[in-house]
Design a protein around this ligand. Sequence first.
Ligand code: ZN
Length: 354
Amino acid sequence: MIDLVLKYHRMQLPREVIVGNGTIEQVADISRRLGFTESALVIAGSRTHDIAGRAVRELLEDKKVEVDTFLVETATIKDVEAVEERIKALKPQIVFGVGGGTKIDVAKCSSARQEIPFISVPTTASHDGIASPLSSIKGFEKPYSVMAQAPLAIIADTNIIMQAPWRFTISGCGDVIAKLTAVEDWKLAHEEKHEYYGEYAASLALMSARLVIESADLICEKSEEGLRVLIEALISCGVSMSIAGSSRPCSGSEHMFSHALETVKPNCSMHGERCGVGAIMMAYLHKAEWKRVKATLEKLGAPTNSRGLGVDKDEVVKALRMASTIRPERYTILNKLKLNSDACEKLAEATEVI
Ligand SMILES: [Zn+2]
């Protein structure tokens, strides 16, 4: 008898990606093109509802789509469950996530659990979750993102995103630049632990990081053109995770440091800011271009040291020590080197993080 093992690799990709000035106006057209002409649920926060959620609702209602709005302020299991209840009651054809991080995470996770597609309408460019198939929800046992579903469409209106505070944009840059070390860690796991490594997904994430580094001057001009580079890079990172089937191309030791620091001192700084500083130190460990990472972050006005992240020296060292335990199954340079407290301190000092 032949033993047939069905081996497959599933890639779930966005079907429509629209980036540009005033793209929100196309929300009803896109919805219609995708076949959602009857009902929709819009998930937003109270602020993002004012910024874009109301517009999404009105534009859909103009085309006779029945729309319900659900406001969330955090991204906890409770929020996800509350949205799931609403989905069960209303049975919308499509869920829109309108916001920065948390609203999109809640929309993505709850719609995936209820097997309904979702469309991402980001109001900031602060991290790659706007386009990734993963969601980060507080209260699940893991402090990092878990698989949910890829957005069916991404509608990124640069006019709206440009109005977000500059800090959100530089945080997004940090999250993209962090792919340099994430990919190094992935390669390392492939070489030393024979982990699956996808060249295409890795290249896409790396290309996004390089593009943002090379475009730092343009991004600093705070022009629409610069913002577009960043948004497209974030979307490419999201797509690279869809292709890889995991967050591997976009999340390595620098993300473990970020998650650890968030555990050591919650809400000290933004995700991408921590990942950027993590990338400086992890690039040093990988013997990669850590000075270039640091110089780019400095140019963008992003934090490059503990003070910038709102933590002290001991908290950085503690987070470095903790980082390799955050996700033990994900082999990175930290698992290889097994740094003790002394070595962690030396690393942070050598890179001028402390
Ligand atoms: Zn990230």
